[in-house]
Design a protein around this ligand. Sequence first.
Ligand code: ADP
Ligand code: MG
Length: 801
Amino acid sequence: EVKRPVEVEDARLLLPIVAEEQPIMEAILLHPVVIICGETGSGKTTQVPQFLYEAGFGSSGSENPGMIGVTQPRRVAAMSMASRIAHELSLTSSKVSYQIRYDATVSPDTSIKFMTDGVLLRELATDFLLTKYSVLIIDEAHERSMNTDILIGVLSRVIKLREQMWLEKKDGAKPLRLIIMSATLRVSDFAENTTLFPTPPPIINVPARQHPVTVHFNRRTPSDYVSEAIRKTSKIHARLPPGGILIFLTGQNEITGVCRKLEAKYGAKALEAKRRRRIAREAESNDEVTTTVAPAQADVEAEDVELGVRRTGGTSTRTSMATWLTKSTLRLSTVMTKRMRIRAWESILRRVKVSVTELYLVGVTNSLIAPMHIVPLYALLPSDKQMRVFQPPPPGSRLVVVATNVAETSLTIPGIRYVVDCGRAKERRYDIANGIQAFQVSWVSKASASQRAGRAGRTGPGHCYRLYSSALFENYFEQFSQPEITRMPIEGVVLQMKSMHIDAVINFPFPTPPDRTNLQKAETILTHLGAVSSSSSGIGNGEITDIGRAMSLFPLSPRYSRMLISGRQHGCLPYVIAIVSALSVGDPFLREEALDAEDEENKEEDESLALLTSDAVKAKEARKLRRKAFFQSQMTHSSLGNHSSDVFRILSVVGAYEYAGGGHTFCNEHYVRPKAMEEIHKLRAQISNIVQVNFPDTNSGFVANLQPPSALQLKVLRQLLAAGFIDQVAIRKDKISPTATGNQFTTSKGVAYQAMGIAEDVYIHPSSVLIGMPPPDVVIYLEVVRTSRVFIKGITTMNTA
Ligand code: ADP
Ligand code: MG
């Protein structure tokens, strides 16, 4: 009854997991929990839901009518996998659907539902038995994201309850099955943890059908790994046979920078422009000898140099001739100038009448002629742009994907043969003791490095170029990465657990338990916020209050939901909703540094000096203007609340965006990220809706147009912020020291503050609206980040009238 497109049918037969369908389905039918391990690309995500679907799961009238639920740690994966499986099964997007924080295609007849792990976690709060599902697949469990870990813990309980109800024949209940999927074999935290699963679940290993990947280490480890990545990629492109290149870097700025540089050197447009310029120059210099070769004469000349005559006939003669010529040209290339090489190439093409595409297809390529098709991939990229990595590159060009960790395990990009791995990842490090965060670029684990290398062996034998030395790898890379729950604040998940009546959090079956200090800290914050009654019976035992229960309805951090709960006065709710939506999505403003990154043009490439200087002048001029407009726009939005709050600056731009009806032009003019603005807009609607549904007596006042708040409203908003961040207060140091002098500062720059619970001095971040203003006595802050100093960000002044 399942219909698959022919090409899908053929392709899936090659996937290692398809050969294991029988044992996998047997295990699933016989055991409530099954663990499946298999290399990335072995077919876990796309095929296991199909096995279940074919066995009747998710279809009404079957033994297991409940939906097949699949969780993913990332939104991109949830969306792209739903559409891939719909395609493979020839089903509609209402049958194979996805749900992410802001968006869903789910319908009453959905059979297979992909979602982020956060979405499922929230569903548990309203339906602890997950009655809609007959089976749940927790995918990418090896990543050990906080939500995944918590889900596995909670689900171990839900499965037990569903089984009990089924045995007692209650309400027509059916058992729930759980499948945990991992790309690595390291699953002992789940499999051998008897508090989690008293009966150890069976583990099915899908044999890897991976082609060999040759790993090349750099001899030294350059610190400028971004330039090194470009250099390596250029080399691969120039010297090695066709096949996609996947470059792993650490973040958006690096990625867009590298894409721009590669595009300027090897993009189709750049190559074409270069060719035109050269032809123009050569026409000028009347340099006819090498540029015009009459076809008839060409063949003779080719034979003169004893070429293709030697071998096979037909079309391959031409290509093998070309191959030979190319090789000799490359051999000579060390003594040839670039211009000479290009000419040699073009004349080869003309002589043997072979097109670039043809050459490319037989494995001859040259960076001077074959363009790169360059595609970025990172989390903040709009979803439609993220999907570009799955489209085949234009014929004759080489796919180059420049990505963050996203490409490490959850997405299989077709056609990759070369991996360039910088060996680093940007990670948010969080100091549990004082709450200081740092975005650090640090070495990945050996397990991650091997995942990255594996991406090169999907289509055939591949190569992985590691931009670091093997000694460094052996001595400094950890075996595995740390589970997220051991290094992030957990007040959000603690509140969620309590809303599921898991009051004794300390007894929760965590795959890896969080640190006790972290648990204590979460409990303290929740008590401060009034979400949990303080408990005398030990850490993590406090009970959820009515406020806490109301707070847990929102897909927001507890501090933000607390602001919402108390924000129902003086018509402030629409503003609070806008503020918490924006703060949850993240500051939408582009930073000053981002302007610079945009200007980073490739300067060395252009051969014409005259062109270079006039371009440079123009670019400089444009940069100046943009900078001016940027500061102007910042000033405009800072004036809401009279330069006293970064939060109000964000509120101002959100209001203006809604007023303007959204759009990219607005975002360009106001220097905000379009994707962030769209998400804020959607989250705002979603939260207003939750308010409307759960507190019908309040008017959430979701209005398209937010009028600027009145002075009274601003005052209330300030108080609400203070209530949510009561433990994140900083006081000007010179005001509290015993030798207080009452210094007269004209700006906040470099003025030391003392923050509660932080031993070091903290400073107002340069991006703050307050930086050009005299320093206020007391501020609250949203986060504290260590870079060159410890900076507080998201500042709101507390002592303004
Ligand atoms: P796993 O989950 O084990 O890492 P997947 O099920 O994601 O493996 O991928 C299995 C195969 O399906 C891969 O080899 C990949 O080439 C193919 N595939 C997955 N998604 C797509 C897609 N969107 N377009 C084309 N092929 C895809
Ligand atoms: Mg997968």
